[in-house]
Design a binder for this molecule. Sequence first.
Ligand SMILES: *Cc1c(COP(=O)(O)O)cnc(C)c1O
Length: 368
Amino acid sequence: MIPLLDLRAQYASIKGEIDAAIGAVLGDCQFHKGPHLKAFEDAFSAYIGAGYCIGTANCTDALYLCLRSLNIGSGDEVIVPAMTFIATAEAVTLTGATPVFVDIEHGSCNIDIDKAAAAVTDKTMAIIPVHLSGRAVDMVRLCRMANGPGLFVIEDCAQAAGAEWDGQSVGTWGNAGCFSFYPSKNLGAYGDGGAVVTNTDFLAYRVRTLADHGQFDKSTHHSEGICSRLDALQAAILNAKLAHLDAWNAKRRAWAIAYDDRLSAIPGIGLPNIPDDPASHVFHCYVVRVKNRDAVRARLAEKGIATGVHYQEALPLMRAYARFGHTAGEFPEAYAYANECLSLPMYPELTTDQIDYIAASLTEAVHA
Ligand SMILES: *Cc1c(COP(=O)(O)O)cnc(C)c1O
């Protein structure tokens, strides 16, 4: 079976470094805060080019902590794309604010910036662009759109560690950027993890305090926060893996181009639109579009090829958001995407033979 991603192959390739990193944490038993977390936060902020990095338990918390730090809550609206993982919208509702869903655009499959502009009301406080599948949102246009009405911009970079827009890392365009280190993400921990990056002193301070029970200094609490920590074991593992991220992302892009070469002439398969700037897509997922997606998927499974669906329903149409009473007709692009999207195996350790086999099998499956 060719898996959707192969974490064992990755571990085998860096086993010495990972085992040493884990050994160092066990050696000094500083499991929270301490030197291992600081080393990763410093390395990640330097890598991203942000003034601050605050480790959190996961990206959902990172998003929530940013919104809370900006005093967003009940009565406020926050714009989110209709096609993303549910965490983007959950972070909004967790604060008491209302997520306002906006359709995606056809080419990039990221939030439609013109439709986002049209969705702004006098209650809108922020927008959360999501760099879906690792493809950077056009942050020049998005920030220009957000600046007009004075919206905060919080980037959901969960799928896009290492991606850039116009030579600048995602996560540094808005007021803050939120990353996930869930194991399957491009930079994955061996458990859960997340981070907020920002250049704003005040936001960094607020996020760090709120993530630590609102603790101002030892046992002084000026407000309640939550408990959201990136632990030292994960931080040490992430620090070891960070050194490989650019090379891994380059391999993902090379496999994406290899898929394109084999599939672009095949009718009935829609390919991801690969931007001219190679740094603006890190291919967390390589997503093709096919009619009869579920049948194609089943045929690929029979041939020993695992695939994914990210995601099978547009967020506003999920039962979790039934209370908003949305209909498919309001989100035609996200609706079509949900029905047609198919994620092919994508990870650095793939081989040319596997790409050949997957492309040939997909061609056959689409025309069966
Ligand atoms: C994975 C993901 C998240 C949530 O990340 P966690 O670390 O699991 O909380 C949020 N947004 C997007 C787009 C994601 O893909």
